[in-house]
Structures are given as structure tokens and as C-alpha cells.
Design a protein around this ligand. Structure first.
Ligand SMILES: [Zn+2]
Length: 347
């Protein structure tokens, strides 16, 4: 394997079709072959709705060297997805987000589903705590009595927890400005840290850099206070926007925390949001952010830019600046950290 750390990465001449996932007209398949990492990669965070969506996901995934994927798929689709994709796809238990009645979907139905997933050998359980869930029901507070009941059940079944805490700072400044309803960002972490202590015998994988790529010092403190906490890199637009602003600091953060950061994309593959370019753009952006010293426009439109600053055009893209991580750090992030985490690997 050769490393190109420190070498600027220049994208090829655009031949692809321009879209919100590809403002630069990249040929993502060609760009995939130009990225430096040649080893296996596990994507621990996706939402593959069904077999048709999985076929598109895996086509893009193969371009980018993905070996194994964890998907938050509906319980009803697990058997069909396994029959089609075999060992390449693993699952994370989720509630029925498509239900009309969220009180039931987050209540008794959720408990039944946790048992159903566990009966199929699923070893990870997701607790989605984005503040917008509170629009549906107060059960969505991470520490609501219903949640605690579901966490106790998942723990009793030997499951690792995956969690979504908070949301981007940009959203707390805009759509969550009503702190009486959504709570402050800090309040979500107060609750989260209490849960990490309450369930200290369970590993917790906190999605999207635990919801705070804006503040790596905060994340460092969380990791140091809670040995059972792990992070994933998923949510492309958010990670590119924030981690590019502090690419060197992010590189040091990865070096300082081997085994604690896992690679994930948060690709949502379902009817209406499926294309090779869409999925490939997520793989390319995240891999360029981690592996290269690319320093230029992201190819992906980021609506948060115009949301925070109305002077920005609707199709503005963030600046992408790569951390240029060295091979040992990448190997840890792409594979070894997941291999060593209960519920994902053998440990
Ligand atoms: Zn997700």
C-alpha cells in the first residue's frame, strides 16, 4: 500500500452528470480508484430499506471497497436482505419509524421488535434521540421511562447500543431555537452522560461523532469520562462542513483515540432517494476527508449553509479539507475499531 499523506489530491476532469450530489461533475467510479486506501472498509451506519435499495447501495459500495455494512432496516426485511446479500449485511434493531402511531411504535411495538431482532441474531440496538423526534412524542427523550425500559431489555439480550444524540449546532440555532420544546444542546448531553453511567456495562456507539463534530474538545472529554463510548463518522454533509474547518485537529483526535472511532456513512437507501451518484458521493466525501489532503469545494450541496446564512445560494457546497490520515490510523478507523467492538466484531 502506498500513502500519499501530505500530497494534495486533485480531482479528475469532470465527466459525471451534475446534480446536488455531484456539483463538480466527478466520475465517482474513477475517483474511487484514485483514493489511497486499498484495504477493507466496514460501514457501520446505513439505512437500507429493502433488497432493491440494497442492490444500488452495494454497487456503489463495491467501487469504494466496502466489505461489510450494518443497516437499520425494518425487521420485516431482514430475512430477504440476508438471503440476497449474505454475510455482507448485518443489522441494527430499529423501531417502526413508518408507523402512524408513534406512541405505540416507540412503546409496546418497540419492545416486541427488539425481541424480534434479537431472535434473528441482531446484536446492536439503535436509540434515535434527535430533538425533532420530540415533535412526535415526549417518549423520544433519551431518558424517558419508555426508553429506559427498552434499554434494559436490549441490555438483557446482550445488545450493544447505538445512539443519536443532539443534532448540528446549525439546527439548534434555527429549527430548534425553541429550547423549551427541544432542550438546549447541553441538556441532551447531560442526559446522555447519565445514561452512559447508568448502562456502563454496555458499549455505546454514538453516531455522527456523538453529534458534536463542532467541538472535538467536548468529544475528547466524553471519551475520557466514559470508557464505554465509541463514535462513528457518519452524516456526510455535517462531517464535511465541520471537520474540514479543523482538519488537523481532527487528525490528531483520531490518532489520540484508536479503537474508539468507527467509519460509517449514514447512507439512506430507499425508494425516492436512490442513485449511484448519491451513494458514491457519500463514500467519496468521507474517504477524501479521512485519507487525502484534498482542499477544495465539496461536490455535495449542503442546505445548512443557506439555512444559517440566507445570503448563500441554495446550492452552496461546503469546503472540504482532508485530514490525510496515515495508514495505521485508517486501518483502525475503517476496520479494526469495529472488529474490536462487541456487537460488531468478535470481541
Ligand atoms: Zn442514520
Amino acid at each position: 500500500m502506498t500513502r500519499t499523506q501530505g500530497t494534495p489530491y486533485v480531482v479528475g476532469k469532470g465527466a459525471g452528470k451534475i446534480s446536488d450530489a455531484n456539483r463538480l461533475g466527478l466520475d465517482y467510479r474513477v475517483e474511487a480508484g484514485r483514493l489511497p486506501w486499498r484495504g477493507a472498509i466496514w460501514d457501520v451506519h446505513t439505512h437500507i430499506r429493502d433488497v432493491a435499495a440494497g442492490r444500488v447501495y452495494f454497487q456503489a459500495a463495491e467501487w469504494f471497497g466496502l466489505e461489510r455494512v450494518w443497516s437499520m432496516s425494518p425487521l420485516e426485511e431482514v430475512d430477504a436482505l440476508r438471503a440476497e446479500f449474505g454475510e455482507r449485511i448485518q443489522f441494527i434493531a430499529v423501531p417502526n419509524y413508518y408507523a402512524e402511531d408513534w406512541e405505540e411504535a416507540m412503546g409496546r411495538d418497540w419492545l416486541r421488535r427488539i425481541e424480534g431482532f434479537a431472535a434473528k441474531g441482531v446484536k446492536v440496538c439503535k436509540f434515535w434521540g434527535a430533538p425533532r423526534g420530540l415533535d412526535k412524542t415526549a417518549k423520544m427523550w433519551l431518558d424517558s421511562p419508555t426508553r429506559l425500559e427498552s434499554m434494559r431489555l436490549a441490555r438483557s439480550l446482550g445488545m450493544t447500543f447505538m445512539v443519536h444524540v443532539a443534532d448540528p449546532d446549525t439546527w439548534f440555532a434555527t429549527k430548534y431555537a425553541d429550547a423549551r420544546k427541544y432542550g438546549s444542546k447541553g441538556l441532551h448531553y447531560e442526559k446522555f452522560e447519565r445514561l452512559l453511567d447508568q448502562f456502563s456495562d454496555v458499549p455505546w456507539l454514538a453516531a455522527h461523532m456523538a453529534g458534536h463534530p463542532e467541538d472535538l474538545d467536548h468529544l475528547q472529554g466524553l471519551l475520557e469520562r466514559h470508557g464505554n463510548l465509541y463514535l462513528d463518522t457518519s452524516a456526510t454533509k455535517w462531517m464535511v462542513r465541520e471537520l474540514s474547518k479543523r482538519a488537523d485537529e481532527f487528525g490528531d483526535f483520531c490518532r489520540r483515540n484508536p479503537g474508539r472511532i468507527l467509519f460509517g456513512t449514514d447512507i439512506v437507501a430507499e425508494q425516492g432517494s436512490m442513485s449511484l451518484d448519491l451513494f458514491a458521493s457519500r463514500f467519496w466525501c468521507l474517504r477524501a476527508l479521512l485519507e487525502t489532503r484534498y482542499d477544495g469545494p465539496s461536490p455535495v450541496v449542503d442546505p445548512d449553509l443557506a439555512m444559517v446564512d440566507p445570503k448563500q445560494p441554495k446550492d452552496a457546497t461546503a469546503h472540504l479539507r482532508g485530514a490525510g490520515l496515515e495508514e495505521a490510523v485508517l486501518g483502525d478507523l475503517y476496520l479494526r475499531a469495529a472488529e474490536g467492538l462487541r456487537g460488531f466484531g468478535q470481541a
